[in-house]
Ligand binder design. Structure first.
Ligand code: GLA
Length: 375
């Protein structure tokens, strides 16, 4: 990617570009907990965005999306929002940097990525983090890493229509090779966890059902959680118990009740998984992953037929844990598989999925990698 991006940059804009990169992410457990003030357990992956950037001394950005073969040009003021949705991510980051006092000017850029789009691996966070990190570096804005993650999140909220939590951008900015991160999304305290489960592999199976968070379903889930938290008199659902939820059952809709039930269960599961990991008890980790899957499917209703099928096939193959990963509505399952079952699981999953849906899923071995950086 570095070569491709650099040579296209030279062709379009000349010499002198600097390369920046940011990764996509996985999440072991803790889904839809971030915006509820809860815990998440992500790690950065070895797939991401690489951008060549050079300041151009004007007040305009010229950006070329190599994978789409499209160019956009836009200014840095609020009214300059570009038409292409991919360019809105870059524009949004520029605006959010400025809102935080960053004094920036125009630049030329070519970027490319290898995070599969719509796979629930946060290609958009990778894009946001790349530009937030790069602008901060090139313009010496002095913004700290947490604020860089928030710049990406605010970009989603204010320019892309997704009221996401902080997990994806946090993981992309803070990722560390060989480590998962447990983030408390209420206090924003986090810790790195070395993750190298002996005898197991983590593998993603991409249904290739494109997930799309823009639009209502994701924001709807978040609104349900906020409504229930309000009825409970809390800022977040985090910390609420099933007893408290049951006590307000007749004051909330059946749908909101189920969604809150999922979130409360998920809080418990993340803590269980942390404890289990400390003991090297991967069987418990795996059980909780399946529970998350079915909670997301039946209560939170963010799964789809194909992902349920993949989780079922995993279970039939004796896979330790399997669940839908990320926001949902398509994308990947994340699977914790014993080494000796790996080959059999992958070939069975491919064959059964293809027989039913007419195409094979894509498979990615998880390599936990570093976060945003200048190359
Ligand atoms: C998306 C959002 C995250 C998080 C996950 C679900 O990836 O961007 O903030 O809510 O969904 O865990």
């Amino acid at each position: 990617m570095k070569e491709k991006v650099s040579s296209k940059f030279r062709e379009l804009y000349g010499e002198g570009a600097i390369l920046f990169a940011s990764p996509g992410r996985i999440n072991l457990i803790g889904e839809h907990t971030d915006y509820n003030g809860g815990f998440v357990f992500p790690g950065a992956v070895d797939k991401g965005i690489v951008a060549a950037i050079r300041l151009n001394g004007t007040d305009k950005v010229r950006a070329y999306a190599l994978d789409l073969g499209e160019e956009a040009e836009f200014g840095l003021n609020e009214e300059d929002k570009p038409a292409q949705s991919w360019a809105c991510y870059i524009f949004g980051v520029c605006r959010e940097v400025q809102k935080r006092g960053g004094v920036i000017g125009g630049f030329d850029t070519v970027f490319s990525g290898d995070v599969p789009l719509g796979a629930g691996m946060s290609s958009s966070a990778a894009l946001e983090s790349t530009f937030a990190f790069a602008l901060n570096d090139l313009y010496h804005c002095g913004i700290d890493r947490f604020e860089l993650a928030k710049i990406g999140q605010s970009t989603e909220h204010n320019y892309c229509g997704v009221n996401c939590g902080i997990m994806d951008q946090f993981a992309s900015v803070f990722g560390k090779k060989g480590h998962l991160m447990r983030l408390d999304c209420r206090s924003m305290e986090f810790a790195y966890f070395p993750f190298d489960p002996q005898g197991y592999k983590l593998v993603l199976v991409n249904s290739r059902v494109k997930h799309e968070l823009v639009g209502s379903p994701y924001n709807d889930r978040r609104a349900s959680c906020e409504r229930v938290a309000k009825v409970l008199g809390q800022e977040f659902l985090r910390g609420a118990t099933m007893e408290q939820l049951d006590a307000v059952k007749d004051k909330i809709s059946e749908e909101d009740y189920k969604r809150a039930r999922y979130v409360i269960g998920e809080e418990r599961r993340v803590l269980d998984v942390c404890e289990a990991l400390e003991k090297g008890d991967y069987e418990t980790v795996g059980k909780r992953m399946y529970e998350t899957h079915w909670g997301m499917s039946k209560d939170y209703e963010v799964s789809c037929e194909e992902l349920d099928f993949l989780a079922e096939v995993a279970e039939e193959c004796g896979v330790t844990g399997s669940r839908i990963m990320g926001g949902g509505f398509g994308g990947c399952t994340i699977n914790l598989v014993k080494d000796e079952l790996y080959d059999g699981f992958i070939s069975t999953a491919k064959a059964k999925f293809a027989a039913k849906y007419g195409h094979e899923p894509e498979v990615y071995d998880v390599v936990i990698s570093d976060g945003s950086r200048r190359l």
